[in-house]
Design a protein around this ligand. Structure first.
Ligand SMILES: N[C@@H](CCC(=O)N[C@@H](CS)C(=O)NCC(=O)O)C(=O)O
Length: 207
């Protein structure tokens, strides 16, 4: 069977998928695209993802999947022994998917507003205000998510799942001291992902 092919670049959203693939021991190849060299907008890549973004995961049948919740949950369901999510149809899976969607729709989206702020206003003088509001929005949602961590260190206990990889990559993009003041348990979660012996190399390159 052909392996999965992951399109991305270090320290981007593709790191989430790389962490999941490596943790799950799932065979894959990486196609590194340099965004500075315009690879995300070249015609060949736009055929794969017309949105011009990474990550893209090409499945063994050649089809392309984008959007992190879809990618993570596909891997979890296609490789049930890997523990990337609770079994489908269980209450535990509903909670995993609930918070995965929460992180993706609110926190990841808010972080994009912090980093791609000029896309969110036609008024150049409004950019700093949009950025400040986005950061406050992200911190508010991190604070809510922090209350979900129970025994820890991961969102749902002692074993990391897809949602934990998404959280740890997003936190690696943010100011650690500021996150510590609103979401200390999430910082501990991210540190636990980094300390996972299976993930040392991928974490060093991405987190
Ligand atoms: N909704 C997408 C977001 C992907 C995304 O924003 N990727 C960033 C890198 S972290 C990107 O490709 N940015 C380039 C661009 O938007 O021009 C997902 O869940 O994968």
């Amino acid at each position: 069977m052909t392996a999965y092919r992951l399109y991305g670049y270090p320290q981007s959203g593709s790191a989430v998928v790389e962490l999941a693939l490596v943790a799950g021991g799932i065979a894959h190849e990486l196609v590194e695209l340099d965004p500075e060299a315009g690879y995300l907008s070249n015609a060949a890549f736009l055929k794969i993802n017309p949105r011009g973004q990474v990550p893209v995961l090409c499945l063994p049948d050649g089809s392309a999947v984008t959007e992190l919740p879809a990618i993570l949950n596909h891997l979890a369901d296609a490789h049930p022994g890997c523990g990337l999510a609770p079994p489908p149809g269980t209450a535990a899976r509903a909670q995993h998917d609930r918070w995965l969607a929460f992180v993706h729709a609110n926190i990841y989206e808010g972080v994009l507003r912090m980093f791609y702020t000029e896309r969110y206003t036609t008024d150049a003088s409004g950019v700093p205000g949009v950025q400040t509001a986005a950061e406050a929005y992200v911190h508010h949602h991190l604070g809510l998510l922090d209350t979900v961590v129970g025994e820890g260190p991961f969102l749902f206990g002692s074993a990391p799942m897809g949602v934990d990889y998404l959280i740890s990559v997003i936190l690696s993009w943010l100011d650690r001291d500021k996150v510590a003041s609103v979401a200390p348990r999430l910082l501990a979660l991210a540190d636990a992902v980094k300390a996972d012996p299976r993930l040392v190399a991928v974490a060093a390159r991405n987190l």
